[in-house]
Write a protein that binds this ligand. Structure first.
Ligand code: 5GP
Length: 113
């Protein structure tokens, strides 16, 4: 199924791109929940976090490394940040294209709701 993120990746609809390389695209969330709220998607699609059970561990590792690279690129390393993967219905995943939320720029609350 084609999602809004497939269309952003294909440049069919615009996004405020924060970072792009051959493996990932990172763009600012349209409804930010923190001063910095960036979504990181792999250019090779997985639907959800649960797909990692059967995915190539090297590809997963490259994706995780890219998420860390984007956070560094956003100058979040010093003060820290939170990575969120919403997965499935109860996780409130609304887009069926895996995406890491990078949240930072303020002290975040814990526990989440
Ligand atoms: P989820 O709830 O699936 O974990 O997160 C989806 C995220 O995508 C939400 O935070 C939502 O605000 C964001 N989002 C949905 N549609 C768009 C869009 O068209 N552009 C951008 N930049 N973000 C979007």
């Amino acid at each position: 199924m084609t999602t809004i993120f497939d269309r952003i990746l294909a440049k069919e609809i615009p996004a405020n791109v924060a970072y792009e390389d051959d493996k990932v695209l990172a763009f600012h969330d349209i409804s930010p929940q923190a001063p910095i709220h960036v979504l990181v998607i792999p250019k090779t699609k997985w639907l959800r976090f649960a797909d990692f059970v059967q995915a190539d561990p090297i590809a997963i590792g490259e994706y995780m490394s890219s998420v860390a690279k984007v956070a560094k690129h956003l100058n979040l390393d010093e003060n820290g940040y939170r990575i969120v993967f919403n997965n499935g219905r109860d996780g409130q995943q609304t887009v069926d294209y895996i995406h890491a939320h990078i949240l930072g720029g303020r002290r975040l609350n814990w526990p989440p709701g």
